[in-house]
Design a protein around this ligand. Sequence first.
Ligand SMILES: CC(C)(COP(=O)(O)OP(=O)(O)OC[C@H]1O[C@@H](n2cnc3c(N)ncnc32)[C@H](O)[C@@H]1OP(=O)(O)O)[C@@H](O)C(=O)NCCC(=O)NCCS
Length: 170
Amino acid sequence: MRGMADLLVKLYGLPPERAVVGVDVRRALPPEKHAVGAWVGTMFGPRWASEGSVAFSGHPIGCHIAIARVVRPGPASPDPGEPHSNGVLIGFACWDATARGFFGPEGVADAWRRKGVGAALLLQCLHAMRAYGYGYAIIGGVGPKAFYEGVVPVLEIPGSSPGIYQGLLR
Ligand SMILES: CC(C)(COP(=O)(O)OP(=O)(O)OC[C@H]1O[C@@H](n2cnc3c(N)ncnc32)[C@H](O)[C@@H]1OP(=O)(O)O)[C@@H](O)C(=O)NCCC(=O)NCCS
């Protein structure tokens, strides 16, 4: 996935954030670091888990997650203090992980793709980056350029492949 060109995104004049019915998209919390890291490692491999762990190391945390609300029969969650205990992690997206001002990685579970979750995560992260103080974001080493182009206007950065990911240890 890495080794492809970087995309530049203007953070002024972003399209509004999007909601997905039945899915919560929100910034992750520190006590979720282990769970998110394990899920990302299993679904997308150790490199993305490493990038995710760096996104968790700052405040505000640069890792946002998508949780599908699960409706279970019987009484509500036994622990009312745990609002997402009935949810299932289905996607994540990071910023300020591999480099400051960079967006990525981002991934959505196979069964949940093409339902708007990826776009909702991307837009929430870009709005968070804008609020944090960035004027532009760089989407690093993109795979599916068409996905990004469909959500926000992007400009491919000339000469950015393989960019900062070149020479990574495997
Ligand atoms: C890329 C990814 C995050 C998209 O997530 P998603 O939840 O399927 O995306 P959405 O449903 O929000 O799609 C938004 C739009 O992009 C389009 N789109 C989604 N994936 C696409 C792809 N791979 N190529 C082209 N267009 C795509 C959708 O059709 C949709 O268009 P629409 O609004 O007109 O229907 C997901 O496919 C994924 O996890 N892929 C594997 C990991 C990956 O490649 N991450 C990016 C690393 S750079």
